[in-house]
Design a protein around this ligand. Sequence first.
Ligand SMILES: Cc1cc2nc3c(=O)[nH]c(=O)nc-3n(C[C@H](O)[C@H](O)[C@H](O)COP(=O)(O)OP(=O)(O)OC[C@H]3O[C@@H](n4cnc5c(N)ncnc54)[C@H](O)[C@@H]3O)c2cc1C
Length: 302
Amino acid sequence: MHDVLIIGAGPAGLSAARWCDELGLDTLVLEHSEEVGGQLLSIHNPIENYLGIHPHNGRELRDHFVEQTKDCEFDLWTNVEITSVDLKAKRLVLRSGEELKSIAIIIATGLRRRKLGIPGEDEFIGRGMIESSGDRQAFAGKDVCVVGGGDAAAENALLFAEVCPTVTLVHRGKKLRARREFAEQLHTNHCITVFPESVVHRIIGHEGVEAVEIERAGAIKPFQMAVQGVIVRIGFEPNSERFRDQLKMDQDGYVLVNGVQETMLENIFAVGDVANPLSPTISSAVGGGATAAKVIASRLGR
Ligand SMILES: Cc1cc2nc3c(=O)[nH]c(=O)nc-3n(C[C@H](O)[C@H](O)[C@H](O)COP(=O)(O)OP(=O)(O)OC[C@H]3O[C@@H](n4cnc5c(N)ncnc54)[C@H](O)[C@@H]3O)c2cc1C
């Protein structure tokens, strides 16, 4: 039996854990991945907008967070898979069979990249499906397809065009949603071709990605285009499905919380991006974690 179980060790979960520790709460943090840090591990550029520090990338900021929690007494378990959750009873069961109970639970499970859900997408992970622009040197000299029409897709197309002979950006809409400066650069970059009103149906290959099947509006039938890499940037979705039947959520699956991060259930809190579609930022995540910890501590008289 713990005072607090925290699910997720991104900025929100780590901040909550740091504050719970300071407030004398017996706390266990459960992280699904091997490493803590959440989305910070995908930020490869300098972070300019988190006050107090100017890290070169997200990993560096993550390392500072870890450094600041190293003397804390909370427990942290990584590589954990939660197989069942009963939020009302504040009871979790892990893949290992272990059953955990607590007085309060803080959900800090963040977001994941949305997938296309098409054949080949999972099959070619690590064999041509590109996770991160940080991997682009591995695709130098290769042809790449970027799927998506927003800022992230445009930014990736521009980054890959620095090292790839051709980059094809495929998006559903008539017009790009990316900010104007990106859109202008896309249209003037001779390596980049933009296919609007187009959909990728299939990723094809053997040992690795060899082609994508694309359907373009007005075309009679889909065609195949040879590429060796595919990067999908079509937005994010909250990691909340495990709590779907037990909490109120908005139509996109973001957990609804009140002004102190509490869900519809007493002593069940949701912090960070999973509960914050309007401000998915490190600052908001860290602040939300602190708020939940303070409220729990005051209720427990600490
Ligand atoms: C490319 C990129 C650039 C960004 N740049 C900035 C920026 O410049 N400034 C800024 O403020 N923000 C930026 N962000 C956003 C910022 O990273 C997020 O707002 C922040 O990481 C949210 O923290 P979080 O803890 O809520 O969620 P996350 O960082 O998503 O962490 C959630 C954690 O929960 C874990 N988890 C999920 N499900 C489970 C489960 N069932 N059991 C156990 N653990 C689970 C995940 O593995 C993860 O470790 C950027 C994000 C990206 C991807």
